[in-house]
Design a protein around this ligand. Structure first.
Ligand code: ADP
Ligand code: 5GP
Length: 208
């Protein structure tokens, strides 16, 4: 995978965090379809596959042993445990895509996001919020893939996670889905248009 030299400049990575049930997957699917240069960073996980999920597309589903081997080999840019399962971002894949000029969106929890912010400067950090607490609960139950006990756990965790929004760059409210999609896409477009990210492209104009 590579792009022509004229298009080549380092890609941008966007981290999107949200408590589960907020609608992050729904928003990301739509934004990714609209932005061909923006690719989804597929994480590794030890959690079992949910109905409809595809290996290599939603996650790389691997065993705990395989995950720990990767960890020992320093393969992860960041990794965390969520609900008893391990999740990690491949450093090699991340670098490969960014160096080839592709932009990446990473679906990572706030702890992973914090590690990335500290170790890999230049990322954009977006937190998606539900319109209200009661709507979050309704959406979590609406997914229908978890036991009541798991949903209660996710809800309590969600309210704790939301406290972390203070250090994120952008907040997107997912009230109306299409508006949230438009907002996230606009954040991406605006970030790509920042002068400092376009230094190599504007050089020829100001070097006159
Ligand atoms: P997450 O990836 O954050 O866990 P999902 O995208 O799986 O969330 O969405 C959780 C549930 O909420 C799904 O049933 C989805 O269809 C629904 N949902 C997502 N966004 C909205 C929205 N803006 N309005 C109403 N329902 C939504
Ligand atoms: P789910 O099991 O619902 O797909 O994801 C559970 C949580 O794990 C979500 O908060 C999601 O953002 C997070 N997650 C998914 N992939 C990664 C990853 O690679 N690293 C970290 N730190 N969290 C991840």
């Amino acid at each position: 995978m590579s792009k022509s030299d004229s298009q080549k400049s380092e890609g941008l990575y966007i981290v999107v965090s949200a408590p589960s049930g907020t609608g992050k997957t729904s928003i990301l699917r739509k934004v990714l379809r609209m932005c061909p240069n923006l690719l989804f960073s597929v994480s590794y996980t030890t959690r079992p596959r949910r109905p409809g999920e595809k290996d290599g597309k939603d996650y790389y589903f691997i065993t705990e042993k395989a995950f720990k081997d990767k960890l020992d080999e320093g393969e992860f840019a960041e990794w965390e445990e969520n609900y008893g399962h391990l999740y990690g971002t491949s450093l090699k894949t991340m670098k490969e895509f960014l160096q080839n000029g592709f932009d990446l969106v990473l679906d990572v929890d706030w702890r992973g996001a914090k590690t990335l912010k500290k170790n890999y400067p230049g990322g954009v950090f977006v937190f998606i919020l539900p319109p209200s607490r009661s709507e979050l609960e309704k959406r979590l139950r609406g997914r229908g893939v978890e036991s009541k006990e798991n949903i209660d756990k996710r809800l309590a965790k969600a309210l704790d996670e939301i406290k972390e929004i203070v250090w994120y760059d952008y907040i997107v409210f997912n009230d109306h889905l299409e508006t949230a999609v438009d907002t996230l896409r606009s954040i991406y477009v605006a970030e790509k248009s920042k002068r400092e990210r376009l230094a190599s492209k504007i050089k020829e104009f100001i070097a006159l």
